[in-house]
Design a protein around this ligand. Structure first.
Ligand SMILES: Nc1ncnc2c1ncn2[C@@H]1O[C@H](COP(=O)(O)OP(=O)(O)OP(=O)(O)O)[C@@H](O)[C@H]1O
Ligand SMILES: [Mg+2]
Length: 393
């Protein structure tokens, strides 16, 4: 512990002599990555109870552990990938709880990361993570969403009740690239168009190969049924920005004479401009994670989700069964955003995408056989908090 850490811990002890489960030191990096812009953008209070009721036991267990009740809570050194600061805790064992329940804590009001400034302008990560969870449950896809809740933590004397995102890790989750044919389950293919549709709705540009995991087959579940492997979607905090499409700009191209070269400046600018005016559902089918699972499906003879017939009919069948619940859940979620203009920005883009899925549900065949990419395009309504007017009203 360095001097700064020691001072923080001492100040914390003076402020709260009982505190022993968590230490300000543990949260130093998280506090450094937190800022007030997030507090101004989002009211986190509704999120303290926005998790599904099925997680209540886990949430109580966690809150007991961080509120001095159980000194057994352990900070667990764990090298996790990614850019967001994290602390990992192992919870004490308790009735009904697995003995090694691990929780990743991330900042709720996370500072914007300059690396993502092409598309991330609003500090709404905690809200976005919890909104995804609500929408996935509304979409009957909750079983594939990571288990996440929001709790307040004594992170430092200046952050005595700082909200943090708490992710209850699935201990058996594995990287999607480790899934071979023996772990593939054929019904996973039916989940892919839904995941693409959810990523499109929420403008989740972050579905790279590490943000979709899988839970390998178990032997039997509690009812004696054999367990199938299934997908596990994680890390949704960078969604709902609606500042760019998911069409990744190529950095290098292959030139027949010169070999691999940088994309010419003009082409890059043109591509970025295009990526900031419109978006299509098809962009989300191309994500690294979906590509891997999609390939396995094709090996088992399923239609590629990159073809109209593999993508649109499954969406058309599923969307009307969940559509109103998703829209209702979103209407509820939007109320936690403090700035009316941010509410409008997100609602307007979201609604545009809902309408596109409505069209697909009405005309799956038309989209399957006739649609050009332009028919599937939605405009991106961009609004920057520092700009007075919308760029694409
Ligand atoms: N629910 C989970 N179950 C099991 N492992 C998880 C879970 N959530 C995260 N992990 C592991 O922790 C790693 C980092 O988590 P996560 O993707 O949420 O953070 P990140 O990539 O740093 O986030 P960001 O993209 O915001 O920087 C994941 O790549 C995965 O290995
Ligand atoms: Mg990640």
């Amino acid at each position: 512990m360095d001097l700064e850490g020691f001072k923080l811990r001492l100040a914390e002890r003076v402020a709260n002599p009982l505190a022993k489960s968590t230490h300000a030191d543990d949260f130093k990096a998280i506090v450094q990555d937190t800022d007030d812009a997030g507090r101004e953008a989002v009211d986190h209070t509704a999120d303290l109870s926005a998790h599904p009721r099925s997680l209540d036991d886990k949430v109580k267990h966690y809150r007991d552990a961080i509120s001095n009740q159980s000194p057994l809570l352990r900070r667990t050194p764990m090298p996790l990938t990614g850019v967001t600061s994290k602390a990992v805790y192992t919870l004490p064992s308790a009735d009904k709880m697995p003995a090694t329940e691990k929780v990743i804590v991330k900042p709720y009001h996370e500072k914007l990361n300059p690396k993502a400034n092409f598309w991330q302008h609003h500090p709404i990560q905690g809200w976005a993570e919890m909104t995804n969870q609500s929408l996935w449950y509304a979409a009957d896809m909750g079983h594939m969403h990571q288990k996440v809740h929001v709790s307040e933590h004594a992170m430092s004397p200046l952050h005595p009740k700082e909200p943090g995102i708490a992710i209850h890790m699935d201990p058996s989750a594995e990287l999607i690239r480790h899934m071979g044919p023996s772990q593939y389950s054929i019904d996973m293919h039916d989940d892919l168009p839904k995941i693409a549709a959810m990523d499109f709705l929420t403008n989740n540009l972050d579905r790279h190969a590490a943000n979709l995991m899988f839970l390998p087959k178990g032997s039997v579940n509690r009812d004696g049924q054999p367990l199938r492997s299934r997908l596990l979607a994680i890390d949704h905090g960078r969604s709902f920005q609606y500042h760019a499409s998911n069409k990744g700009a190529p950095r290098k191209i292959h030139d027949p004479l010169l070999g691999t070269v940088d994309v010419p400046h003009d082409a890059k600018v043109a591509h970025e401009t295009e990526g900031k005016t419109g978006d299509t559902l098809l962009n989300y089918v191309e994500s690294g994670a979906l590509n891997h699972v999609g390939m396995l499906g094709e090996m088992f003879g399923r239609d590629s989700i990159k073809t109209g017939s593999g993508l649109f009919p499954p969406i058309a069948k599923w969307w009307p069964t969940v559509r109103n619940r998703i829209v209702d859940a979103m209407n509820q979620r939007i109320l936690s955003l403090r700035e009316p203009r941010m509410q409008q920005h997100i609602q307007k883009n979201f609604t545009e995408r809902v309408k596109l899925l409505d069209n697909i549900a009405r005309n799956p065949d038309w989209y399957t056989y006739l649609a050009q990419e332009k028919d599937l395009k939605v405009p991106l309504h961009i609004w920057d908090r520092n700009e007075k007017e919308e760029a694409n009203p």
